[in-house]
Design a protein around this ligand. Structure first.
Ligand code: FA5
Length: 353
């Protein structure tokens, strides 16, 4: 080109060669080489501009305008190409950093069953291994089942044993009064009304009482009711079953105590407590409770009046029943000193189980 005087045809060829070679470039380094070759200080375009004075005066103007147009065009294409290559390599660098497959993953926070649910499951499994089935019942209950059929008629002083939460607005002309069940015992009646003996069943469920809360009392808590009816069932069966249950849940080391108690729907009635003795280092399983025994359940032989009310002949059938507090059992098993923790939604507490 230095020897020949360029013309418009030369410009056309140089322009298409430049564009073609730019399109063929795939790396940033080669782009810079291209720029130096075509647009650099000693590059082809600069030389073309320098050659303008040699062009015939009649063509000089057109030639000069064309060289400038090619220069601006190549410059624009080059800048665009450079920017897109830069973005591409930047994003591929970021991607490489993000996908480092050797890094350990973020651990997923794992959910778990609530301690009360776990306890219900463990107790249910224990009774299942002793031949008991399991069922559930309504939390909103009729006066008839919660009290009446359990040998606790209207105005009976024993109703004071359970501080009840009544459902307001019940039309007592049409329907009986309703309440949030104070215990799971109404399910004894519902089951017996619909089943012929022999019966061996447990009923886990929620209960409600209108009472102040403290470390061992909640206004809502879980009970598991138990019922066994058959010919020839005795108090020894009751004791044996509950003894077996306690050993399975608490282990051999814990002691069990039965004491006489009164519940209108059983005769005789007892309550059962689990030992909370100090160990060799002077600590009790439930540290906050300075008592040697903690009551976990009420029980007894099903009262003949209850058997009669559901149509069973008490001279043929006998049976035992019990109602245990699920949270109290979990407290004794795991050394939890406040029942209110079960309903506090405190993750520090809940994630321990
Ligand atoms: C009853 O509720 C009887 N229905 C139990 C029963 C069933 C007796 C069958 C005979 C035959 P009591 O009110 O004692 O009994 O409650 C039984 C258990 O529920 C208690 O031993 C305790 O473990 C638990 N419990 C009672 N009240 C509360 C409360 N406010 N907070 C937490 N647990 C409670």
């Amino acid at each position: 080109m230095e020897n020949e005087t360029p013309n418009l045809e030369t410009l056309k060829i140089i322009n298409s060669q430049a564009i073609e070679s730019l399109n063929a470039i795939s790396q940033t380094d080669s782009l810079e080489e291209w720029r130096i070759k075509y647009l650099g200080r000693k590059g082809i375009i600069t030389q073309l501009l320098k050659s303008i004075p040699q062009i015939a005066p009649s063509e000089r103007r057109t030639f000069g305008a064309k060289v400038n147009q090619i220069k601006n065009n190549l410059n624009a294409i080059f800048v665009e190409r450079k920017n897109s290559t830069k973005n591409l390599s930047a994003s591929s660098k970021t991607n490489t950093n993000q996908i480092d497959i050797t890094l350990p993953g973020w651990p997923f926070p794992k959910g778990s069953l609530h301690i009360t649910t776990q306890m219900i499951k463990e107790i249910s499994d224990t009774f299942q291994s002793l031949g008991f089935q399991s069922t559930e019942g309504p939390e909103v209950e009729f006066d008839h089942y919660n009290f009446g059929m359990l040998n606790i008629p209207q105005n009976h002083p024993a109703r004071d044993m359970w501080n009840s939460i009544w459902i307001e607005g019940t039309d007592t002309q049409k329907y009986e009064s309703m309440l949030l069940r104070t215990h799971t015992s109404p399910m004894q009646v519902r089951i017996m009304e619909n089943t012929k003996p022999p019966i061996r069943i447990i009923v886990p469920g929620k209960c409600y009482r209108y009472e102040a809360t403290d470390a061992t009392h909640e206004w809502h808590f879980y009970q598991i009711e138990g019922l066994a009816i058959d010919k020839g069932i005795t108090f020894a069966d009751l004791k044996g079953t509950l003894y077996e249950f306690a050993q399975k849940i608490f282990g051999e080391g814990r002691q069990i105590r039965f004491r006489c108690d009164f519940f209108p729907f059983v005769e005789p009635g007892v309550d059962m407590s689990i030992s909370n003795f100090k160990n060799s280092s002077g600590h009790r399983p439930i540290k906050g409770r300075n008592e040697d025994w903690i009551e976990i359940l009420g029980a007894g032989m099903v009262h003949p009046n209850v058997l009669r009310a559901v149509g069973y002949d008490p001279d043929i059938y006998t049976g035992f029943a019990f109602g245990m507090g699920v949270e109290r059992i979990a407290m004794l098993k795991y050394g939890i000193d406040d029942i209110r923790l079960f309903y506090s939604n405190n993750l520090n507490f809940l994630t321990q189980f």
